[in-house]
Write a protein that binds this ligand. Structure first.
Ligand code: TYD
Ligand code: ZN
Length: 407
């Protein structure tokens, strides 16, 4: 029997994406045969509304000294985190002396850099040491550990309580959410603020963006489930701010109960989630049917292009593309290579499906007829950058919200 990680209610998978490798487990050809697989199967908890994976690989298998995700590869994300930091400075730091900010999962320092440059006391907690090193090299204070209550106590003993605790695309990675919430509740000042953002369940259901479901994302949050999970640790939602990043995210703003006024956004969004049926099993049955349709449409399109002798490549070897290629059974027979700007991924093969990952220059030099946009969440930035591809007659294929050729 599997139980909800938040409230202990019995949960069952409503669908399975099949055997999945580690989403960022890019491998060299000599590592074929030794890959780790687990069953990627999501469930929805009737008790507290938390959407979660039944099984998740051990954190050490995903976040280590060779972690392949560097946050600063997207220019738009750099602007996004500058704005996020600006909001914290304006909304939380105003009127406070020597405010202290802690970020959980600070990666290469994409957000903390802004606090460092403005001279604020800051601390990043980042278990993947290779990305943490990049931050440290820029003078951003970072420790390479997993966050929990014990670490929170150590941080408080050394630096005092925090005015703000932040995280982006990290909270949904942490299976022991109760341990983390207890740590944050301890770490925050009585009037401190927790702000974090992650891909949003409402957007995923609306767009059938099932590629948000992969090993690292043990949870896909909603306002309802975050309110319930952190409510157990004395924190309450004081605001909910929808974001366009990662194809639809939510920024959750929480504080110790009763310490801050509550924005009308909170009840508005919670009501919207009810109206969308995020609490109903029928919603997930429909989502499953939509995923199956998306898979058959995408595979059908790729096969037909292949039959027409077209060259198709993938654009950006994202974490989420691992779910798409493995669930749909898309290998090098349908996609020649995937181009990606991250050096650590280049020359490797995609997890499970073994499509070669090539440097971005390969895409520029040998432009294909079609490019399947795995980084559909960065479409605006990428279309802007790739005007030559379009001018040469190249076409984009997308699969969110529907499979199709972008006109
Ligand atoms: P992202 O959607 O942030 O990834 P994930 O699904 O892993 O959260 O995309 C990051 C990846 O996309 C990273 O491997 C770099 C690659 N990428 C490119 O190759 N070119 C680009 O223009 C962009 C924006 C990303
Ligand atoms: Zn639950």
């Amino acid at each position: 029997m599997t139980c909800c990680r938040v409230c202990g209610t019995k949960i069952e998978a409503f669908m399975s994406f099949g055997a999945m490798p580690i989403a960022n487990g890019f491998l060299s050809p000599d590592e074929i045969g030794g890959e780790y697989f687990f069953e990627l199967a999501p469930a929805f908890c009737d008790g507290c509304g938390m959407f979660q994976l039944i099984d998740q690989p051990a954190p050490e298998k995903m976040f280590h000294e060779n972690y392949a995700f560097y946050s600063s590869t997207s220019r738009h994300m750099q602007t996004h985190f500058k704005d996020f930091a600006g909001m914290v400075i304006q909304r939380v730091f105003a009127g406070r002396t020597d405010p202290f900010v802690v970020e959980l999962g600070s990666n290469d320092g994409i957000m903390l850099r802004n606090f460092k440059e403005a001279g604020y006391l800051h601390l990043g907690v980042e278990p993947s040491s290779n990305v943490a090193d990049v931050a440290r090299e820029q003078g951003i204070r970072t420790i390479s550990e997993f966050f929990n209550l014990e670490l929170a106590k150590k941080i408080v003993a050394e630096h005092g309580h925090a005015d703000a605790v932040l995280s982006a695309n990290v909270m949904c990675h942490i299976p022991d959410i109760n341990g983390v919430a207890a740590g944050i509740a301890y770490l925050l000042k009585k009037d401190g603020v927790l702000m974090f953002e992650d891909p949003y369940l409402g957007s995923m259901i609306e767009k059938t963006s099932y590629d948000q479901i992969y090993d690292e994302h043990v949870f896909i949050f909603s306002g309802t489930s975050v309110g319930a999970a952190f409510g157990r640790h004395g924190l309450e939602l004081i605001d909910l701010l929808p974001q366009t990043t990662h194809g639809g995210s939510m920024r959750y703003v929480l504080a110790p109960k009763g310490s801050h006024p509550i924005s009308p956004n909170v009840s508005m969004i919670l009501e919207k989630e009810r109206a969308q049926g995020l609490h109903q099993p029928e919603t997930y049955a429909a989502f499953k049917a939509n995923c199956e349709q998306s898979r058959s449409d995408l595979v059908g399109l790729l096969r037909s292009l292949k039959e027409q002798g077209k060259r198709v490549v993938g654009y950006a070897a994202t974490s989420k593309s691992t779910t798409v290629t493995n669930y749909c059974g898309i290998g090098p027979d349908l996609i020649e290579y995937i181009s990606d700007t991250t050096p650590i991924k280049q020359g490797k093969l995609t997890p499970g499906t073994h499509i070669p990952v090539k440097p971005y220059e390969t895409f520029q030099e040998k432009m294909p007829d079609y490019a399947l946009l795995f980084a559909w969440n960065h479409a605006v930035e990428i279309f802007e950058k790739e005007q030559i591809f379009k001018a040469k007659g190249g076409k984009w294929i997308t699969f969110v919200p529907q499979v199709g050729i972008v006109e």
